[in-house]
Structures are given as C-alpha cells and as structure tokens.
Design a protein around this ligand. Structure first.
Ligand code: G3P
Length: 217
C-alpha cells in the first residue's frame, strides 16, 4: 500500500518524509487555506520536498476551466497530479488530460458507480471519501471494497486512493480491502506507530540491559 500524506503543512511533511516511507501528498483547497500561504508557491515547495505524486485541485467547475487550470498546474512540476471533482465536467476534463499524458486524481467520489465512470475516463487515481460516508451513517469501507472488486473484474488500472481516513483502523481495513493508496492525516500516521506493549517492552529491555551491565560491578 502506498502512503500519501493528506496535508499542506510543512512540519508534517518534513516529519513524515524523514521516515523514508512517504510515497506522495494529497492536498485540497481546505488544507491549502489552513496554511495561509500562496497556492502555487505552496504546491511547488511540496513537489520539491517529496519524491512522489502531489495532488493539486482545480477550482473551476466547467471542463474548459478545469483544462486551463490543469494544463497550467502540469507545467509547475513533474510530480503534479491534477485533482478534479467527480462530476460530469470533471470526467470530461479527466479524459482529455489523461490523453495528454497528465496524471489525474478524481476526488469527492462516494459510490462504486462514480468510480466505474472515473476508471473508464482513464484516471490515475480515484479518491473515495470513507470518513465522510461514515459521518452520514453509510458504510465508507464497503464502497472501497466494491470499487476494488469492480476494478479487478475488468482490469482497470485506476488506483484506489482511500481518502478521508480518520483513524488507524480505517487504514487497516482499506489495506485489507486492497486499496492501492491510503492518504493519511499526520495524526493518523502517528497513531499507526503506537502500541503500549511496544513502549512497555522497550522499557523492560532497556532496564534489563542496564541491570545485566552493572551486575557484579
Ligand atoms: O483526502 C480527502 C480528505 O482531505 C478529506 O478528509 O477528514 O475532511 O473528510 P476529511
């Protein structure tokens, strides 16, 4: 499973990158706005920092506008993936950008039918939002499972990017379902490391080592 970090925050990006297990970044307008820095500058800085795909979302809602923005973004850096909404206009723009060799990530996907359309348009990634479905009493993980199965049935190459992950078990279940990528908030990545028995066991090993090395001295 590839790990992307879902953030535009540099402290979080540096920290995750230092682990050596970071495969890419996803951003959205909300995450960029939170950092309060100019959009283009932020995206290019992220691309220079992380050796992997960086999703950068269009703001236009019509195909022509999306194409204009997407083509511009694609010139900023080789790591750019143009993020488009899963709408009719987004799908048209996806088809065209894919034909031009630009990578795309179709976001705000909530159903297997939307994901099927996205795969047919040749998207590089589809982003089903698990947490937001759970928020409205639907089963986000079932949508991931269904999409993975449908893509397998037909050999679609679009990668399932599990998004809106809110806690570590979302990651485990998305991985079990076969999602190709999980985009993690920094907090979830941090939670994934933790187990009290790891801490307790390490503490015991260190104190036993000290005892063994001071015995008889
Ligand atoms: O990757 C999409 C993500 O940014 C949405 O997450 O927690 O706002 O639903 P959330």
């Amino acid at each position: 499973m590839k790990f992307f970090l879902d953030t535009a925050n540099f402290e979080e990006i540096h920290e995750a990158n230092s682990l050596g297990i970071l495969d890419g970044i996803t951003t959205n307008p909300t995450l960029i706005a939170k950092e309060g820095k100019p959009f283009k500058e932020t995206i290019i800085a992220i691309c220079n920092e992380v050796n992997g795909p960086v999703s950068c979302e269009v703001i236009a809602t019509d195909c022509a506008g999306m194409l204009k923005q997407g083509r511009d973004y694609a010139t900023w850096h080789k790591n750019i993936v143009v993020k488009l909404p899963t709408t009719r206009e987004g799908v048209k723009a996806c088809k065209t950008l894919t034909g031009e060799g630009t990578k795309t990530n179709l976001t705000l996907c909530f159903t297997p039918n939307q994901a099927l359309i996205v795969a047919k348009a040749g998207a590089t990634y589809v982003s089903p939002f698990i947490g937001r479905l759970d928020d409205i009493s639907e089963d986000g993980m079932q949508v991931i499972k269904d999409i993975v199965q449908i893509y397998k049935n037909y050999g679609y190459t679009t990668q399932v990017l599990a998004a809106s992950l809110r806690h570590p078990m979302h990651v485990v279940k998305a991985a079990l379902a076969g999602a190709h990528v999980g985009t993690l908030p920094a907090k979830v990545l941090d939670q994934m490391f933790k187990h009290p028995l790891t801490d307790k066991g390490l503490e015991t090993f260190l104190s036993d080592w000290k005892k063994a090395n001071t015995a008889g001295s």
